[in-house]
Design a protein around this ligand. Structure first.
Ligand code: MG
Length: 243
């Protein structure tokens, strides 16, 4: 009995000593953090975000056709696709958190891929599909929230035509070595209207070539692009945080 008490005491003393000499949380093998998280104003938009469209103008964007000023209509705080071609940010981005609000036309026209089609192109070449996917059948990896032609959304979280919807995106751009070999593929997580629809999806390559999504090396920081697919899709409140 005495020996048992002695052993227990010895064990407790050893544990106490270990806790006292470590700066990690008691009972944890995790190394201690090196810095306190930075204080910021959560907004919206967050105080460290780059606002790409605040409803006033498209001065942060250029037209993909010719590189001049973006010509989408801006009215009442909203930018609307108008057939003048896709637009891209003047600034390039690598790893990022993106917030973007969009709405397909309230008046339903067309079907499948012809209804409320646009798109958010990460690194200018990896499309998160924008589409009216409310009671609108199409191929699964082409509906709203799909990584186009690669991954359907995990669920269809689409609101009705005309209603505002949100994509919140966490994106890690692909990395290439000097010879153009893929060191790390692009990784994307997407929430649509607060619902997880892409969970750490590994991008296979550019989405513009569905049959052969083969990576082509590119610099880390690339423009963010929005698609003009001929449908008057609207956008508002676009901001991005570099990670
Ligand atoms: Mg599209």
């Amino acid at each position: 009995m005495k020996r048992s008490i002695f052993r227990t005491s010895l064990c407790l003393a050893t544990l106490s000593l270990a806790a006292a000499t470590s700066s990690a949380a008691p009972g944890s093998d995790t190394p201690p953090p090196t810095g306190e998280p930075r204080v910021m104003d959560p907004g919206p938009p967050p105080s460290d975000a780059i606002v790409l469209f605040d409803g006033k103008n498209l001065s942060q964007w250029k037209c993909d056709d010719g590189g001049g000023p973006a010509k989408w209509e801006v009215k009442d705080g909203v930018a609307t696709v108008n057939g003048t071609g896709g637009i891209s940010t003047k600034q390039g981005f690598g790893d990022c958190q993106l917030h973007i609000e969009w709405a397909t036309p309230a008046e339903v026209k067309g079907e499948g891929q012809g209804r409320g089609n646009s798109g958010v192109f990460l690194s200018g070449r990896y499309e998160i599909q924008v589409l009216d996917s409310y009671n609108n059948k199409t191929y699964f990896n082409g509906q709203a929230g799909a990584i186009y032609s690669q991954y359907p959304p995990l669920v269809n979280a689409s609101r009705k035509p005309g209603e505002w919807q949100v994509y919140d995106v966490i994106y890690h751009a692909p990395r290439f070595d000097g010879a153009g070999k893929v060191l790390k593929p692009g990784i994307v997580t997407v929430l649509q209207n607060g619902i997880l629809i892409q969970d750490h999806a590994e991008i296979l390559g550019p989405t513009g070539n569905p049959d052969n999504p083969k990576y082509e090396p590119h610099p880390l920081k690339q423009p963010l692009a929005l698609q003009d697919h001929g449908n008057p899709v609207r956008y508002r409140n676009i901001w991005i945080r570099e990670l």
